[in-house]
Design a protein around this ligand. Structure first.
Ligand SMILES: [Zn+2]
Length: 278
């Protein structure tokens, strides 16, 4: 497996709340969740949380190289709990992160998804996205209310709507009726979307891209290309080129009237894994 990756904070933002890593047979991208203007009970914040979760995932891989992805993630979440014992981990806005992991086995690629960080796979020329759509389903009506495209990004009214949306969203976080995400509750790992794709035979995975929503928006928000086109762009021109294209699209719709969204720019991350002769 050959892995190339890029990650970049949103322009003007001090910290990148995305992370990308490769450790042994495991590759992951994670996107820290920001709760605008809400107390979180945590003195550390989402950028710290995501960095800690990645550090603990690496340790979990070292400790149990053969463990399934759900077990690796559960152990990492439990360990991060111990990293901030003075914080209120029962707060509904405790720092959280989406997770997209792949683990390479002898003849298959396992994946784990939590939240809106998709996996795009090219299997023998057929390209498809694998997503955890529970967040989109649970959040659809809140999103529609918050993102009507009638007030500019960054305006007071836009910010007020984002805060209202965040308050409603957190009632759905890590509940069976809502959606699951990596935070302080290790049960999220067992509730992740998981599956396996072959690495041999006619449907063998040739390429797989792990994306945070700041990168997948090239397809599912801005419509710059389809998933196959995204894989081709990143294969031919590198992951940084995808981020460059996204920045241009974000800037072209500064106020978010054409593509209503929560923020003008988002942290963006992509890891491209290539297998065999791809
Ligand atoms: Zn904390």
């Amino acid at each position: 497996m050959i892995v190339t990756s890029a990650t970049e904070a949103a322009p003007g933002r001090p910290a990148n709340e995305d992370q990308v890593f490769r450790h042994g047979r495991v590759v992951g991208v994670l996107d820290g969740v920001t709760a605008p203007d809400l107390p979180t009970g945590c003195a550390h914040g989402p950028a710290w949380y995501v960095r800690r979760l990645v550090a603990r995932l690496r340790e979990s891989v070292d400790d149990e190289p053969g463990a399934v992805l759900t077990e690796l993630l559960a152990q990492a979440i439990i360990r991060v709990r111990g990293d901030h014992p003075g914080c209120d981990l029962g707060d509904p806005s405790t720092p959280a992160a989406t997770v997209c992991l792949v683990g390479v086995g002898a003849d298959r690629l396992d994946y784990l998804l939590l939240g809106d960080s998709p996996l795009v796979a090219d299997q023998g020329g057929h390209v498809a996205a694998f997503t955890d759509d529970r967040f989109d389903l649970a959040y659809a009506s809140i999103r529609a209310e918050a993102l009507r495209g009638d007030v500019p990004l960054g305006s007071a009214e836009h910010r007020a709507r984002q805060r209202t949306a965040a308050l409603r969203k957190r009632e759905l976080t890590n509940t069976p009726e809502g959606y699951w995400i990596a935070a302080a509750d290790p049960r999220a790992a067992a509730n992740a979307i998981t599956g396996s794709l072959p690495l041999t035979g006619p449907a063998a995975v040739r390429r797989a891209a792990l994306l945070t929503d700041g990168a997948s928006c090239a397809v599912d928000l801005f419509g710059l290309f389809d998933w196959a086109g995204l894989l081709d762009l990143v294969t031919e021109h590198g992951p940084q080129e995808l981020i460059r294209r996204v920045r241009a699209a974000e800037t072209a719709d500064r106020d978010g009237f054409t593509r209503p969204r929560h923020k003008r720019h988002d942290d963006a991350t992509i890891a491209l894994c290539r297998f065999g002769r791809a």
